[in-house]
Design a protein around this ligand. Sequence first.
Ligand code: PLP
Length: 405
Amino acid sequence: MKYQDYFRSRLDTLRDEGNYREFAELERHRGAYPRAKCHSGEGDVTIWCSNDYLGMGQHPDVLAAMHEALDRTGAGAGGTRNISGTTHDHVLLEAELADLHGKEAALLFTSGYVSNWAALGTLASEIPDCVVLSDALNHASMIEGIRHSRAQKVIWKHNDLEDLEAKLAALPLEQPKLIAFESVYSMDGDVAPIEAICDLADRYGAMTYLDEVHAVGLYGPRGGGLAEQLGLMDRLTVIEGTLGKAFGVVGGYIAASAELCDFVRSFASGFIFTTALPPAVAAGAAASVRHLKASCEERTVHQARVAEVRAQLDAIGLPHIENPSHIIPVMVGDPVKCKFISDTLLRDHGIYIQPINYPTVPKGTERLRITPSPVHTAQDVAKLVTALEALWTQCQLARQPIAAQ
Ligand SMILES: *Cc1c(COP(=O)(O)O)cnc(C)c1O
């Protein structure tokens, strides 16, 4: 086989379909985020599509904790958790996370992706005859974990309680079941009916596994996520989260009963056979979690900024999906125009928003996914909306009727 030719032809196909991914090479300015230097263009840009939702990636407490731990313990953990990689900082972070979610225990992984892949894969494969009921729009990491387990999988229609119940009812009552879903879905920004899903789980003897990746740090009085905000944390068997988005660092985790965490710790290949996170990362993440437990300021300003961007988009009739979360999907509905707007924003306006095209979202729903943060200023918002308005006109895109003020 001509290997290089093969690679090239597959990449050419992606390009022809408009699905080839191009990266913007950025260098974030600490202390000035959302400003960053864009190495693929010229000058500074303002980032409007980051998952560092609260700007915690530059928070002084987080950086101080990382510097302190780096100087105290060195660069890496030096091994897997089993072989000398369990440091004091890892143990402290797990305690912080268990407390955040009101659970007995928590277990750290190298990323949110790995935590979903390893925890779901292990639970579904190691519990005899386990069937996983998976929401149709679950994240790739959950899908891969379930696939890897080779357990029976039943996909239920996104956020559809009737469909979930029908699928639960069709299974033998005594068969072990795991319902896997997310709290905030990152592309539409819609949220799951968590309480009703827990009610169904109780009725049909199922465990619940909730991915709170886009909610931890952001919702609830202590940043425990949507389940905390709704007073439902104790109803969930497993809460999974990331330390890489609102918490601004990197890493993933599950929080659950002591037995369940010990079970995953003992059987999950993706936990056992990989080097632990650097202690400085664990210390930084712990500082971030601790800060957001005590401070509501970031969450309050975040919500206000989101409302402000939505109101200004409404004022000029730019269509965006209404949802109860912090994610603002501005709908373009055309892959070429979506990429054009994104490219022009970056080149002419110093605004970075990654276009979201198929296969990440269905064809015809191409969009710009805007994530306002407390570190965006009113001036940033005005600049964004002015630029979008000009491009909307240039691309002859439809507008919404403007609601009476
Ligand atoms: C980003 C994401 C993950 C993975 O988390 P990382 O820490 O980035 O690996 C898991 N689930 C959902 C829904 C995500 O959006």
